[in-house]
Design a protein around this ligand. Sequence first.
Ligand code: FE2
Ligand code: FE2
Length: 190
Amino acid sequence: MKTDRIKKKLKASLPEKRYIHSLGVADTSKALALRLGEDPEKAYLAGLLHDCAKGMSHEEMLSYARERHWEPDEVTLGALQILHAPVSALMAREEYGVTDPDVLDAIRYHTTGRAHMSMLERIVFASDLIEPSRDFDGVEDLRRLAREDFGSCVIACIDSSIRTVMDRGGLIHPDAVFARNDLIAQRGGK
Ligand SMILES: [Fe+2]
Ligand SMILES: [Fe+2]
């Protein structure tokens, strides 16, 4: 599907704020990809569609996943706000015609991360937090890190998202812990 059509369809299926956020993640992902030597088109597409299921309720997402024989793990069932990531990957393939597994994985793992994240996955993960419409304590520090030291930025983004979930008393998905440990181990530990 051409980008213009994707945008039209996405705009019609998301609340306006979420659509603007999606454009922000697409632009930020593309800019990072260009700087880091990754494919800017893949980054833009993954950023654009990363939240494409967010127009659905949690119940609708669950049905959508199960109708396609995708059963969420126990932690995801106890923390349904992360379900939109794998369901967005299912929708990107089925409703938006995305077949590239790199793009689909970047969408699927954008909330938790995972061990051995590709550079594209890291780019979309970080862009989700630092795109221009985001406004939370510490976002400026993450943006500065993204400019100066992308490796540290990704770790700081994972720390920030784990901390947010902990402050809410929520469940930490093991993939988030695997992502963090893996990134820190790659840096030679601390
Ligand atoms: Fe998301
Ligand atoms: Fe997002």
